[in-house]
Design a protein around this ligand. Structure first.
Ligand SMILES: Nc1ncnc2c1ncn2[C@@H]1O[C@H](COP(=O)(O)OP(=O)(O)OP(=O)(O)O)[C@@H](O)[C@H]1O
Ligand SMILES: O=P(O)(O)OC[C@H]1O[C@H](OP(=O)(O)OP(=O)(O)O)[C@H](O)[C@@H]1O
Ligand SMILES: [Mg+2]
Length: 286
């Protein structure tokens, strides 16, 4: 039997583009024609299943898929027993309670005895219980923000990112109850050969993520200032120093996080660094 693992990704929606980009950045090639719900990579032992995101935690828990990419909100809501292998840093959003913008809000007790529409009855139910609030939960599967204006419920609990959907529907956010981002999940009982493939994939994901959060920085530095500059940009092991054609100057190369670069930029310039270039890193293996 061919040794191949299955990864479930969202067919189309808020997770799809970033999930597929990550897979491509990991150097994995596959055909993704519209309408095709299964695809095997040509250069890595993995088969993709394109599914509704709601089904992904269950498929991974049952072992139909070995891995899946899903939002933490959906994962916690579905309450399936799976491993969370890695936070992926995209599809960041929050689950919030919102009410009509004309209503006065003085705290969570506002919701006592009220009705709330949501697609996340478990997360909302747990939150209300932990705050000792009894409210009626109306489960609906989408367009939740419409509920107060059509008299279906007095408040809502739904995904918020920019807040523009709430604004456009005359609602205001009053409580953030859950923070979410995309995560890679895995089945609990994978054979050793499957775990070896998962480790290879995680190695690639780590290299891509490290590359994204770091920059390759080059600058020209008078030789007298090199030791000061090295203190400011220590790099992975230590910076590379190459002599320039002009005597008394060197080119200093280093790798550092973008934050670290901006924090030290004034001091680098004060130390005499000039011609500073900041270059993106595609992959980084430490
Ligand atoms: N506006 C947003 N900004 C960032 N992330 C979001 C946003 N909306 C949703 N998400 C995240 O992306 C996930 C998928 O959202 P999407 O709206 O595509 O779900 P869906 O309509 O349930 O899709 P499906 O058809 O697969 O069931 C959500 O569970 C959440 O984690
Ligand atoms: O705060 P915002 O930036 O406005 O984002 C929030 C909206 O995004 C999601 O819906 P989406 O647009 O994915 O449509 P859907 O509900 O049909 O999936 C979510 O269900 C919210 O309605
Ligand atoms: Mg869904």
């Amino acid at each position: 039997m061919e040794q191949i693992i299955r990864i479930a990704v969202q067919k189309s929606g808020r997770l799809s583009d970033d999930s597929l980009s990550l897979i491509k950045e990991c150097g994995i090639k596959f055909y993704n024609g519209t309408g095709k719900l299964k695809s095997t990579a040509t250069n890595f032992p993995v088969e993709f299943l394109f599914l509704r995101d709601d089904d992904i935690p269950g498929y991974v828990a049952d072992g139909v898929a070995d891995l899946g990419i899903v939002g933490e909100n959906e994962l916690v809501e579905k309450d399936k027993d799976v491993l969370t292998l890695k936070k992926l840093g995209f599809s960041k959003c929050r689950l919030s309670l919102a009410i009509p913008k004309g209503q006065e809000y003085s705290g969570i007790h506002y919701f006592q005895g009220k009705s709330i529409a949501t697609s996340y009855p478990k997360i909302l139910g747990d939150y209300l219980k932990s705050h000792k609030i009894e409210a009626e939960i109306h489960e609906i599967s989408g367009s939740v923000e419409i509920a107060p204006s059509i008299g279906l419920a007095e408040g809502i609990c739904d995904i918020v990112s920019s807040g523009s959907t709430l604004l456009m529907n005359g609602l205001k956010e009053v409580e953030e109850i859950f923070k979410s981002e995309a995560v890679l999940i895995g089945n609990h009982e994978m054979a050793d050969w499957k775990k070896a493939i998962v480790d290879k994939l995680l190695f690639r994901i780590n290299a891509v993520q490290k590359g994204k959060s770091n920059k390759y920085v080059l600058m020209n530095v008078p030789n007298a200032s090199i030791s000061r500059v090295i203190e400011l940009i220590p790099g992975m092991r230590s910076p590379t120093i190459l002599p320039l054609a002009q005597e008394g100057w060197s080119s200093v190369h280093s790798v550092l996080s973008e934050d670290q670069f901006w924090e030290n930029i004034e001091e680098l310039r004060a130390a005499g660094a000039e011609g500073i270039l900041v270059v993106p890193i595609e992959k980084m293996v430490i």
